[in-house]
Design a protein. Structure first.
Length: 320
């Protein structure tokens, strides 16, 4: 029983969650890159029940509010039940000259006080719930990494493909061991532990991209013929409305469709059409929202004015 690859994977995942939660508890609030911007964005959505609809509201929602909102919508749902109206509240340095007199280790937006200790309440609780959501997504990425390893390592080792032997088959012991090693290397990498627990959209972007990669590999192997390209379009769309860096995933769909052209039952244009029909509805609402609320057609004309909110957002974000 203990030698089962599923048990070993579960042990790795449990250890990862313990370490990631420990990182989250001991890492001061706001210490991660752009965490404040993601928090403000999610809190704006939670408080108002909608996305920011003007330049002034975007400024209030933080400099990440011109980026796709899927992670922040999820964080708003998870944390929306928390009442943040009363104390304890964050003590922002810019709110008082006395706060600015307290020494800090590097740039700090707030004073770190005993309010950040357990039991968490109000805004501090919201922050840690957001980090917990990121840990869940990061743990999901590890599970998907294991499945990718089971699918890819047989190709690299020239092991016969077991993809048609049913879901219970996990491949040869060598393949299982390599997949587990890949998961362990990823899970216990300090950078992954740190980044994976931050209040940030990176954890969800990685999870969706990993699912996309796994499904693409399975399709190339001849599986998931009925729904595979629908799934690729859906995942590519969800990844894009999480972070713009997923914009190139549709090119991978073209590659997968071209790779399978010689397989029985495969039709290149049919597969591309399926992915497009799944992709477009998922992303179109976001671009319609940008066009309606932030177009600059009056200033730059129909072409540049339509593209303006995509090319520069609200002008406040300087990060990738």
């Amino acid at each position: 029983m203990l030698s089962s690859p599923r048990v070993k994977l579960a042990v790795i995942l449990i250890l990862y969650v313990i370490l990631a939660v420990s990182y989250s508890v001991v890492t001061p609030i706001g210490r991660g890159a752009d965490e404040w911007a993601h928090y403000w964005y999610a809190q704006f959505i939670s408080d108002r029940g909608r996305l920011p609809a003007s330049a002034a509201e975007r400024e209030a929602a933080g400099y990440k509010s011109d980026w796709p909102p899927l992670y922040h919508l999820a964080a708003a749902v998870v944390t929306g039940w928390v009442d943040t109206a009363g104390p304890p509240a964050f003590k922002y340095r810019e709110a008082s000259v006395r706060h600015q007199l307290v020494p800090s280790f590097g740039p700090e937006a707030i004073l770190h006080t005993e309010d950040e200790r357990l039991p968490w309440q109000q805004e501090i609780l919201v922050w840690h719930l957001g980090r917990l959501l990121s840990i869940i997504f990061s743990t999901g990425s590890l599970v998907v990494t294991f499945q990718i390893g089971l699918a890819v390592f047989p190709l690299l080792l020239f092991v016969p493909n077991n993809s048609r032997q049913g879901r219970k088959s996990l491949g040869s012991p060598t393949v299982q061991a390599l997949a587990l090693i890949a998961v362990a290397i990823m899970a216990f990498n300090p950078r992954y532990l740190f980044t994976g627990m931050l209040f940030s959209y990176d954890s969800l972007t990685l999870f969706l991209s990993a699912l996309f990669l796994w499904l693409a590999v399975r399709i190339v192997q001849g599986c998931c013929q009925r729904w595979g390209f629908w799934g690729l379009g859906l995942l590519a769309g969800l990844a894009l409305v999480t972070k713009y860096l997923a914009l190139l995933l549709p090119l991978a769909i073209l590659f997968v469709a071209a790779t399978g052209r010689r397989q029985p039952g495969r039709n290149f244009w049919k597969n591309i059409g399926q992915s497009a029909l799944a992709y477009v509805p998922v992303v179109s609402w976001w671009f319609w929202y940008l066009l309606v609320n932030f177009n600059e057609i009056d200033s730059y004309g129909p072409i540049l004015g339509t593209l303006a909110p995509l090319l520069r957002g609200d002008g406040s974000d300087r990060t990738v």
